[in-house]
Each structure stands twice: as C-alpha cells, then as structure tokens.
Design a protein around this ligand. Structure first.
Ligand code: SD4
Length: 338
C-alpha cells in the first residue's frame, strides 16, 4: 500500500474551519508540494533537532504549550503534562478532563497514565473529582509504591495530594447526556467532533522521551468501564533507548493487541515509526472483521526524532512540534473504500 503523509503548517492556536474542509485543503496543498514522507527518508545519523512534541488530534494549543515548555528547557515529562493539561481544562472538549462526556449513569470518570524516560510509570482510572489526571498519575508514580490507583482510592489520593475537588460534569455535557438518554444506543462515533483523547510524546533538549495519555473515555460507556488510555503498553508505552507510541480510538481493540508496546517493540526490531504504526493497525484489522465500525489511530516517535502515525479511517490528525514549528499532520489510513 502506498503510504503518504500530508503536512500543513498551522499558526499556533488557530484551528480554523471544520476538519473535513481542512482535510481536503491539506490533500490539495500536498499535491502541489509533494512532501517526502519521513519514513521514506534514510534514517538520520545526525542528532535530531530537538526538542520535539507530537500529540493525537488537532490539539494545536496543547502541543504548542509542550513545545514552548521544552524550548524553555523543561524535561520531557514536565512538558507533556503541561501540554495535555490545556485540554484537561478545556470545557469544550467532551472527551478529555472537565466537560468530558459522562457514562450512562451521568458520572464523568477520567483515565490517564504517564511514562518517564527512566521507564517509571503511573496511572489512574475512573477518577471523578479532578480534571488533572495526568498530573495525578505522575503523583502515583512518584509518591506511592504503586503504578495504578482506581476509583475511590485514586480520588482520596488526589485530595490528600492537594488536588482541588471539581465537579467534572458541565451543563453542556449533562444536556447532551439527557438527549442521549431519550434513545440510548451505545455507538461510538468515528472521529467524534474532530478531537478526542489526547496522547502526547515529548523529546526534550537532552533527547529524553516521555509520554502522557489522558481521556474521559468513550461517551456513555458502562459505569466502571476503562479503556486503553491509562493502561501502560496499550494506550502508551515508551523505551527511552528506542522511542514511544500512544493510541486513540476504540480502547477495547487497542488493549487486545497491546498496541503501543507492539509499536515500540517493532521499532526496536528496526522498523521506522511509520511502518510500526501501520503494522499495529494491520494486526487489529486482520483480527477483527468489524474494523469498518471503529477508529483507532497511533502516533510514534523514535530516538532519532523521526515520527509516524497511522489510523483505520480517514479523518485523524497528529500535531507535530519540530524545528520550532507546530504543524498539523494529516495521517494516512487503512480503510479506503473503492
Ligand atoms: C478509550 N481510547 O477510552 C479511549 C477513547 C478514545 O478516541 O481515544 N477515543 O477507549
């Protein structure tokens, strides 16, 4: 299959027209420019031009925030947590943090995990009293003997750690949920609202890699449901010697193939980030005949600073901060109906 990656520059913070329109614009623009996909270039022997930040979807401001923090010399994990917190606090984002869509019973519950360059990691699941679940995951990693805290235990730990108690259900999310209850059908929509779970990978000026994944999970999920995002190896994995990967989309399918771990291991065995993301998507579609009904996307970076991304369906974008430019990358996809 021919692989293409479409890059267009965006002014930081400017997320203009609807995704569909901007996607088409990217394709046309690319035809003119014929940008050479990164994976077609020979693996760079030079030191990568640092720092670098990549994240899922069109989270322009979050990625710029991480890029700026890295430029100021912040370590990779600090910058990634600072970056994703932009979306954790964005009330208009119904898939991350405060304002996230609730479960079927009206509870907003958040999942997150972080991974540091030294391989240490932390995660929280089903947290309903703070939007800053990425920072909370880091606290679990640094201040407890554990890797994961869930539900009430995680919420008590948040309070003890000084996190402000917040009501995560906004008026708008409650209204949307009330509407959904009128004909409650659980059918996650592909590429919901042009934005989704935020997964971010950062490479700081020292060349160290860190990653974060934070989400409110799938809208109107069953009470207690947890997806891939806070599961180390599924929603996020990295090895500072090799690279890192994060996932977004239908978490159940990512978990079944331990997607992010798989991508890092494929890179360890010599694949480029792009080829590794494509292979991880192929694993899913080859085992699941229903892949036309759900979206999954991966993004990845290797130690040389090369990046890759791939998804099942058209419509996924990645943000990339590199060479001091924050760009939107329209990602190639598997399912191309004739
Ligand atoms: C989950 N992977 O909870 C998350 C949700 C997501 O696009 O990324 N949706 O399954």
């Amino acid at each position: 299959m021919k692989r293409r990656k479409f890059i267009r520059s965006t002014a930081a913070g400017a997320v203009g027209a609807t995704f569909a329109v901007s996607a088409m614009a990217c394709v046309d623009e690319n035809k003119k420019k014929d940008i050479l996909p990164e994976e077609k270039k020979p693996m760079s022997k030079n030191k990568p031009n640092l720092p670098i930040a990549i994240c899922t979807w069109q989270f322009t401001a979050a990625n710029q925030t991480a890029g700026d923090a890295l430029e100021r010399g912040k370590p990779a994990l600090d910058a990634a947590i600072e970056g994703v917190s932009v979306e954790e606090q964005n009330l208009k984002n119904t898939t991350v943090g405060k304002g996230g869509a609730p479960d079927r019973e009206g509870n907003v519950t958040l999942d997150a995990c972080v991974m540091a360059p030294d391989g240490d990691c932390g995660a929280v699941m089903a947290v309903s009293n703070t939007s800053h679940v990425a920072a909370l995951s880091r606290k679990v990693m640094e201040d407890t003997p554990h890797v994961i805290l869930v539900g009430e235990g995680a919420e008590e730990f948040a309070t003890l750690s000084g996190f402000e108690t917040e009501d995560l259900l906004t008026e708008a999310s409650e209204k949307a949920w009330q509407e959904w209850l009128k004909s409650p059908e659980y059918k996650p929509i592909i590429n919901i609202e042009n934005h989704d779970t935020i997964g971010m990978l950062t490479m700081d000026k020292e060349g160290d890699i860190a990653g974060v994944c934070t989400t409110s999970g799938l809208s109107y999920k069953m009470k207690g449901r947890v997806g891939d995002s806070p599961i180390i190896g599924s929603g996020l994995f990295l090895d500072n010697e090799i690279g890192g990967a994060v996932a977004t989309g239908m978490g159940e399918e990512v978990i079944k193939t331990v997607g992010s771990f798989l991508i890092v291991e494929l890179m360890r065995n010599g694949m480029s980030p792009q080829d590794a993301c494509e292979e991880a998507i192929r694993r899913i579609v080859s085992k699941n005949t229903k892949y036309k009904d759900f979206q999954i996307a991966y993004i990845a970076i290797n130690k040389a600073g090369e990046t890759g991304a791939y998804c099942i369906h058209e419509g996924f974008t990645m943000m990339q901060y590199k060479n001091k430019k924050n760009e939107s990358v329209l990602v190639d996809f598997y399912h191309k109906p004739a």
